[in-house]
Design a protein around this ligand. Sequence first.
Ligand SMILES: [Zn+2]
Length: 333
Amino acid sequence: MSEKSKFSWLPVTTLSDGAELRLPLHVLKGDRPGPTLGLTALIHGDEPLPSVPIIRRVLELIDPAQLSGTVMALPVCNPVAAGVLARNSPLDGANLNAAFGESGEDATIQPVRTVSEQIAAVIIESFLPHLDYHIDFHAGDDGLAVHMIEFTDDPDSTAMARAFNMPILLRDEWGANQLWGASARLGAKVIVAECGGGGLLYDEWFERGVRGVFNVMRQLGMLPGEVEKPPRQYVVDNTHGHHRNLVLLRQREGGLLLPHPAINPRASFDGQPIEGAPYLAQLLNSYDLTVHETYETPFARTLMLAAAVGPAWRAAGDTVYILADADAAEVWE
Ligand SMILES: [Zn+2]
């Protein structure tokens, strides 16, 4: 990384092959005092793009003379899972983003912890306490793009979500076992940037992520300059007790997923409601060469929070769409 940011390792444990498990930490201090913003990625090991390049570019572009405060980045929170490009850890099968709970008072065999819990403990002890603000990056894969900012009804989280300037926002609640819940518990204001994927429109997603972080930093007063006005934003509510208008669509069978031509990558990147497509995608069985599944649009006007953006070879049970009813969403102009 650039010379202006300091790079070090946070030790976690020693693996059975003798390799040290450690987390990469980058710290960029501004010349002026101010808050600390944390950037994290790869808590799910299969989401490196565009998350990691966004963090690299942000650290590269910030001029310390212009920065009020500090940026701390953990580009790879889950090296064990990232090493095999898997969502969960191959060592304990766990989703690291469910390992951040507080240990129970009645625990009798502490401090015995799974590898994922050990990683979470290091992040809780050595990273999260420094943060005032936190952006956690997630992504899709080569065949799937995710596009939403998750936030809570905390005013600072809401302001950060708005300033990231993505067209779709998801109002949510952080689980106590999640990284986000632990971060908020320790005092940070948090948003989750579900930002694209590694396939089509990679460059645009990368640009959007970098611009989003910079605009949030201007909003927080960490960088000078005018805050860019957000586009029209659709706010989908996923909080407890609210009408849940989200549909998560998984394909039942594996095979070749062929999106309808109207569901092009640009349509999903723009984040505006999809209207009039007769269906979203079809699943072609590559053996008998017939269509086995057709995925319908569930609403008259559909927001795509995650979407298969091009033809792709996908496994049985994979997520192909996360959809919401545009007419049930709040609209922020
Ligand atoms: Zn994720």
